[in-house]
Design a protein around this ligand. Structure first.
Ligand SMILES: [Zn+2]
Length: 525
């Protein structure tokens, strides 16, 4: 396929995704979700092929081939120079088409991964012959009808909801699946756009990364002389001290250690961060649209007056008398009209000064939007990510992408502080008007840090806890929330939570204080 063929094919394909709108009906039954899954998985394959073809053709850096153009001018007549300029302009235009298209394909790929990860959590397959359960991500879907075979040989598989899933498939309709993230951003209201920015900032938190390597300056005794050496070690060698003694003998002295860290974000991909932020902001906007009237009615003293005022403002702002007047005069006419209508409606005096009560209500309303509505999507995503961390094993997070692709398997001390942004006010609002199934956790960051510490201790111990009960146990131990609530949040039995707590308490601590100190040093405390 030639270049313009590739461009046309990609554009057509993205349009076809845009036109097949995902609705709530696609999420209602396990069967519908399976169909959606098969459709999205097919899309993802095609998108990845397109991306590969584009990158092979240099769509990633399309401006490179042009950059030489302007300097490459031979002393010729003016007409030719004009031609060359026009030519360069044409190529620049084509280059930006390529770059934008690849950009959309990348965004679409990230969105598809998020959607697939959510569905893989939300439904599973159950074999009717051997009653084995299979994850969608683990089976091969050979043909579009989605016929799958169980390892036992039976093809009698039923798709079921996973009642203990940690995911939010409701975000799928709000993902920029066709790479239309710019369009989706423009559809958000002001507060939702602020939420979007906040989420993107939070997920990007990259202040400290894991240790990639360390440079050491050491002194060693060689042939009776102290020699200074500079060496570099991988992060694989966790116990630097022991390693140095092994290599250079007991007399080695460390003069300087410099750690090199890799900067890595909580969600380590720009497109995934954008898609997640958009999906959570979009879903929240839908939720707020449904509860907004009730919220205003309860929090404002006279919501009817506020509504009347807003109608008047809209009326005045769009008022166009049938006169040929200047822009300034028109503004004046509109302002006068607004003052008159406000006065007539009893909302203020003839000079447009609003009643104090109305003024206060308007301020409250702004605050609700600016702070509380904005934090609704922030809360939802922080909660979901935190629960994903709590309810999955380190092994699973390392090997499998899940509903949060490009999520770091473990966070450091600085990154967990992101979860302190969990807002109590926004949570109260949600709890009051919408069945969100959330509780306030004051020290969510500490809870996560504790989970990571326990996981670190468990490395190599061959423990196989129930990940959900384990998460509930950590939450119970660290957050001071009663065991019943914790069990409920993770859909497990209280007995299992108690059981996991016991095994956590029995975990061995680092053998010596020195070892502990060293471990902390490496971790970058
Ligand atoms: Zn089977």
């Amino acid at each position: 396929m030639n270049e313009s063929g590739l461009i046309a094919r990609s554009e057509r394909f993205l349009e076809s995704i845009r036109d097949r709108r995902i609705s709530e009906d696609d999420l209602r039954s396990p069967e519908a979700l399976l169909n959606l899954y098969i459709y999205l998985r097919g899309n993802l394959e095609e998108l990845q092929d397109l991306k590969e073809a584009m990158e092979l053709r240099g769509f990633k850096y399309p401006f490179r081939s042009i950059s030489g153009y302007s300097t490459h001018q031979s002393p010729e007549i003016a007409e030719d120079i004009h031609d060359i300029k026009r030519h360069a302009q044409y190529f620049r235009m084509k280059a930006s088409v390529k770059k934008n298209l690849l950009d959309r394909v990348n965004s679409a790929i990230s969105s598809h991964r998020i959607a697939l990860g959510n569905i893989e959590e939300h439904v599973f397959l159950k074999c009717q012959e051997c009653s084995r359960t299979l994850r969608l991500g683990e089976v091969e879907l050979h043909d579009p009808s989605g016929d799958v075979e169980c390892p036992c040989g039976s093809d009698n598989l039923k798709v079921r909801f996973n009642d203990r899933a940690l995911c939010r498939p409701e975000i799928i309709p709000h993902l920029p699946l066709s790479g239309d993230y710019m369009v989706k951003m423009s559809e958000l209201s002001l507060w939702a756009r602020k939420a979007l920015k906040k989420i993107m900032r939070l997920l990007k938190n990259e202040k400290k990364g894991a240790v990639r390597s360390a440079t050491l300056v050491i002194r060693v005794l060689e042939d009776g002389r102290w020699i200074r050496r500079r060496i570099t070690l991988d992060s694989e060698d966790n116990d630097y001290e022991r390693m140095l003694r092994q290599r250079y003998g007991p007399n080695v002295r460390v003069e300087l250690i410099q750690f090199h860290r890799k900067k890595s974000s909580i969600v380590n991909d720009r497109y995934t961060r954008t898609a997640l932020a958009l999906a959570y902001a979009g879903l929240s906007q839908k939720i707020i649209d449904e509860i907004r009237d009730a919220v205003y009615r309860e929090n404002l003293r006279d919501y009817d007056a506020v509504e009347r005022y807003r109608e008047i403002v809209f009326d005045a702002r769009t008022y166009s008398p049938d006169l040929r007047i200047s822009e300034d005069e028109l503004s004046e006419v509109r302002l006068q009209r607004m003052h008159r209508l406000i006065h007539e409606a009893g909302l203020g005096d003839e000079n447009g000064n609003l009643n104090p009560l109305l003024k206060e209500d308007l301020e409250t309303m702004e605050e609700l939007k600016r702070e509380i509505f904005r934090d609704v999507p922030v809360n939802l995503i922080l909660w979901d990510v935190a629960f994903y961390y709590l309810g999955t094993s380190l092994d699973r997070r390392s090997k499998y992408s899940g509903p949060f692709p490009n999520l770091r398997p473990v966070l450091d001390r600085t990154q967990v502080r992101t979860f302190d942004e969990f807002s109590e006010d926004a949570l109260e609002l949600l709890r009051g008007y919408w069945n969100c199934g959330m509780v306030y956790i004051e020290n969510l960051g500490d809870v996560l840090m504790r989970k990571f510490e326990i996981e670190e201790k468990m490395k190599g111990l061959h423990m196989k806890p129930d990940p959900l009960a384990f998460g509930a146990a950590v939450l119970h131990m660290e957050a001071g929330i009663d065991a019943e609530t914790c069990a409920e949040l993770f859909h497990v039995n209280v007995e299992d939570v108690v059981e996991e707590e016991r095994s956590i308490e029995n975990l061995g601590k680092p053998s010596t204080d020195r070892a502990k100190m060293f471990l902390n040093l490496i971790k970058g405390d």
